[in-house]
Design a protein around this ligand. Sequence first.
Ligand SMILES: *Cc1c(COP(=O)(O)O)cnc(C)c1O
Length: 368
Amino acid sequence: MNKIDSIASYDAPHSCSREWLKKAIEIIEAEINRSADTHLIRYDLPASCGITLYLKDESCHPTGSLKHRLARSLFLYSLCNGKIGPKTTIVEASSGSTAVSEAYFAKLIGVPFVTVIPRTTSPQKVAAIEAYGGRVHFIDDPKSVYVTAQNLADELGGYYIDQFTFAERATDWRGNNNIADSIFCQMAKEPHPVPEWIIASAGTGGTSATLGRYIRYRKFSTRLCVADPEASVFHLHYADRSIKEIDCCRSVIEGIGRARVEPSFMPDVIDRMISVPDQASLAAMRVISRLIGRSCGGSTGTNVYAAAELISDMIKNHQHGSLVTLICDSGERYRSTYLDDQWLGKRGFDISGDMKRLERLFLEAKPF
Ligand SMILES: *Cc1c(COP(=O)(O)O)cnc(C)c1O
């Protein structure tokens, strides 16, 4: 080793040998090699309306949500940027799902993991993080999540992996079997292979950034709709770019809706945003779970409700075609919350009316 090399390795905070780096990347590549693609589930509305809704089931990743893709990309990105070494503690700010997936990848490559999460995060997610050996640091004020994560990383000499900043750039948006690439491949043999709409929701904004960029790059006519909880800032920012923050986001839908416009949120690749009341999301979550026979989480409900509004407009305009949305995670994670009628009652949610409207749309093609 010459002098320059030894100085470099002494000074770098996350220094690691190229040998260790190679091993870490190989471990993640092997994980990709063991994984199967997620299903694209088809739901046909009554034949009379000629509309089909497809749902990309991201709940079947090994760590149970679409955050599996993000965590994998963030680890590769950070490793290849020289930010992670064998002794680096990874720190993340999360509302839960990302932390579950990152704890899994941290364990795979053998580095410690700590996450800063709101105290209201579902107990099932906390259990999953801890099962992968991750440590949990609870906070009461969701707004302090970013600073707390950065401070914790500084104290521990660790690395704040920062999904909210890096989600949009850690993913290979041109292809490489990203979520958009996978959807269009799986649609290839369907009657309407190019969907009228793809509907996603935004937490980091990373998924919608990938979808929007890919649609444009591949020159598809598909439009991207982002469904956002009413209490979130993203749709306000979409309508008025000077709005960048609100006091707090009171939505109960975990994983999506923020009080701050996250750096990874890319409004210019979104064709439309639909704001969705939590009550409607919770109703749609139950209806779609029953219709397709798979348990879906709250943000899936938000997606499906927005899809229902688009379908409703298509029916009124006698338009045929397909729409694609995402099952972001499973309802099993919310057994003690969204799926508990007492929990809903205590919070004043009455979902029966919205459920009836949704059932009439999906089963009888009756528009809203
Ligand atoms: C993160 C998340 C989303 C949104 O995905 P982003 O790519 O972060 O915008 C939707 N649903 C759930 C359950 C999530 O955890």
